[in-house]
Design a protein around this ligand. Sequence first.
Ligand code: C2E
Ligand code: MG
Ligand code: MG
Ligand code: MG
Length: 280
Amino acid sequence: SSKQNGKSKVTRFTSAMKSDFLLRTELSRDMHSALDQQQFQLFYQPIVDQQGQIVKAEALIRWRHPRLGFISPAEFIPIAERSGLIINIGEWVFKEACQHLQQLKQYFHPDFQISVNMSPVQLAEQSSIFQDWHSALDKKGLKGRDLVVEITEGVMMTSSDEIKQRLLSCRELGIELALDDFGTGYSSLAYIRQFEIDYLKIDRSFVDNLEKDGNAQLICEAMISIAHKLKIQVVAEGVEEPGQAQLLKRMGCDYFQGYMISKPIPIQDLLHMPNQLTMI
Ligand code: C2E
Ligand code: MG
Ligand code: MG
Ligand code: MG
């Protein structure tokens, strides 16, 4: 039983666990000053359309810790969610992205969009987050449509009616919604329809297996076809090989993101990329 499992685990507080615990405690503590000390940086990963034109970019946070060096968001975001600091970090990410949006629109295209990742904690704690962001955009002469908010399947699955309404309020403000890491969770198509998602991002685990595994191909094909029937556009994540892009393009995939196009890069580097890439 689970009780028994729990019991046997309690005694095994290994030194690895201890140092892991200490590390997380240290990170949690240091994160508070990291914002003030400007240790966070936004990187951007370009997203191209079927013609190879850079039309969007995903904002991805980086933390340069003075002692520990670079720390992955996969590591520190969960800690920030537990401490509540994700609220401040999320606001910083949004403001920073707004700051860069104007430059990017000027450089690439007036319809250029930035997508930011939204933690379920932000969504739960900040009741007027979309309204607030919309008015911040408005003050800068930007529109809701300039922003895409990425959420994960878990958000849709576990949300209360209140949070569902919050997500739907996006629509009236023009802010677009993307479902991140699609295929790794358990969401049903009914949910996707209910939330009026604009983009579905196929998780890179499917893209990774495309050339090796016939099932991955079938699954990608099915995801794209159903998404399109629901009037949802599809972004493929983690595209590393031209062969993968070729297959996905043939399946009708709308947008491509991955190391094949570019790794996440600082804004200055993005502003030096050619507008048009030779895709495949
Ligand atoms: P995500 O939103 O799914 O972002 C995509 C991740 O895949 C990024 O990792 C990106 O660098 C990586 N990636 C992109 N293309 C490729 C590829 O071709 N191959 C491989 N192997 N990886 C690729 P990153 O930047 O380390 O971010 C990890 C996760 O941390 C993100 O996953 C997102 O869930 C979270 N995250 C990042 N920035 C933020 C943020 O500002 N706020 C919140 N709440 N979460 C964030
Ligand atoms: Mg994302
Ligand atoms: Mg993703
Ligand atoms: Mg991911």
